[in-house]
Design a protein around this ligand. Sequence first.
Ligand SMILES: Nc1ncnc2c1ncn2[C@@H]1O[C@H](COP(=O)(O)OP(=O)(O)O)[C@@H](O)[C@H]1O
Ligand SMILES: [Mg+2]
Length: 323
Amino acid sequence: MEPKMTIADAAKVLNMGTKVLEKELTNRGLTFAKHQAGGYFTHTVAKEIFDLQVTPKIMAFQIVKGGTGKTSLVHETAVRASLYGLKVLCLDMDQQGNLTQSFDIDVEEVPVMVDLIAEGYPMSDAIIPVAPGIDLIGSRIENAIIDDVLTLKRLPLDRVYAEPLKKLKKHYDLIIIDCPPNLGQSVAAITLAADLVVAPVAPEKFALTGLNLTCNALAELEENFGTKIPFAIVVNKYEARTKLSQEALNFIEKNKQYKNKLMAKVRLSREFPSASTTCQSIYTAIRQSSAKQDIDDLTIKLIQYAKKGKTNKNKSYLESAQI
Ligand SMILES: Nc1ncnc2c1ncn2[C@@H]1O[C@H](COP(=O)(O)OP(=O)(O)O)[C@@H](O)[C@H]1O
Ligand SMILES: [Mg+2]
């Protein structure tokens, strides 16, 4: 089932009424489906109607802690960005291959990053189209030896992924990377290729320690390679009522290093696990929910990050758009 952008959501972002948007779509011959819960359209129409102009960006979701939502947030923000018409490449760097599985893709017979590095193949050899507007470089367990390959081949960490990914930027608006929960060579090389590192923090034991470790590693890379790596925090699985959630948020908001980095909060929602077990995005359904709202909020922030300095004034109705 294809992910959907509801007319109601699109109209809100475009700052117009739903009827006006429906009329605009009809006038331009853009197809949308009618549904008792409201109309919707998919990626191809989204591309026409939002017409977003971005500077392509590489965003790496990483933190040294499993289960904080890296894979879920990469999958859902990629889908949501595709529903704003953007062309997205997802890169699964975790040897567990959860992101690959979440797109219901089998990469047994397809090269993954370790093959590309070991054999010197171009990254384009590993790209699989998975959904309208979304391509994937998948992962499987063989990626577990990637750090060894990088070391043995003495590949330069600041160039090994950065150079080929930079070339791929010509073909995509966003490249979103799901990192494994470690701080090895490969994660360092991804960090050095990224325009933005996003750390999902869940209000759980060790999560804040994980955040500290990730930030220290980032600072070290910045120093060693004389570069700046922008960084953002997403509090995931947030529950306003619980002590743990409040403590995590307080810690971030009071900490000198972190307080300006909080990008978004994604509430705890049962929609996520059920969506991942069926390998479907939460946006295949059109019913409104807190999960859809929160991922939308995060995706808009990521898109705005990529839109800095760009305007989309080609069409008059976009002048007051919220994105
Ligand atoms: N906001 C959320 N609310 C509820 N469950 C979530 C949320 N985000 C992620 N999950 C669930 O938490 C589990 C771990 O998430 P996952 O994305 O695999 O984490 P990671 O990639 O960091 O290990 C999965 O079952 C996922 O569906
Ligand atoms: Mg994961």
